[in-house]
Design a protein around this ligand. Sequence first.
Ligand code: FPP
Length: 235
Amino acid sequence: MKDKKENMLKIPSHIGFIMDGNGRWASQRGLSRSDGHRQGAEALKSVVKACSQRGIKAVSIYAFSCENWSRPQAEIKFLFSLITQFAKKELKKYADCGYRVMFSGDLSQLPKTTQNAIKKVVDASKGNDGIMVNIALNYGSRQEIVKAVNTILQSGIREVDEQMIEDCLYTAGLPPLDVVVRSSGEKRLSNFMLWQSAYSELIFIDKYWPDFDEATLDEILLEYSNRDRRFGGIK
Ligand code: FPP
């Protein structure tokens, strides 16, 4: 990370998190992968709160990709029970304190109990005007773009433009991603919001997701503030 440039902190409108490394965090400690995911959910709580406190307008979180179905059944089952509990308890609190909650992904494939819990919090938070918490669940960016194009074609339109696609993405109405952060040292996007991150700053950090905290977020914001964003132009 670059040196501190105080007073110049830029706050992104929309930040994305690829929460990687739960499994490795757990195995380093002789714990189960479930323990790692549980601790990952704890980290998520504090990060969302800190994002809201810093004036970030929207946060997108990669919780379960279309490709994650290839994991062992027991892990998938645990993840959905954790996400369902998280929706019933934490997301409910978000709705109560003015945050908005939305989901990106094909929710129809999820366990019914998860779908019901999700619907409740999304409905409960609809009129709010706080930070938008967008959880990508059974999400894949390529699938999202194909779905958007098919929706357009079904309306009889024969030639698409960027705005039409944009309007048919799960994230329609959200600002583009200013920054995407991935934990655990892996340096790839793994099918996460490829359209929305066209001009994102990419920040890869070595620590595992369960170790991500408020101080880490501040380091990220400092790094982001020091980036020179030109959007293809020149200074
Ligand atoms: C990637 O780490 C993490 C996931 C696929 C799941 C992320 C889920 C959570 C942080 C908790 C639940 C989410 C919510 C919204 C409550 P990994 O398991 O691939 O880690 P590894 O690469 O070290 O094995």
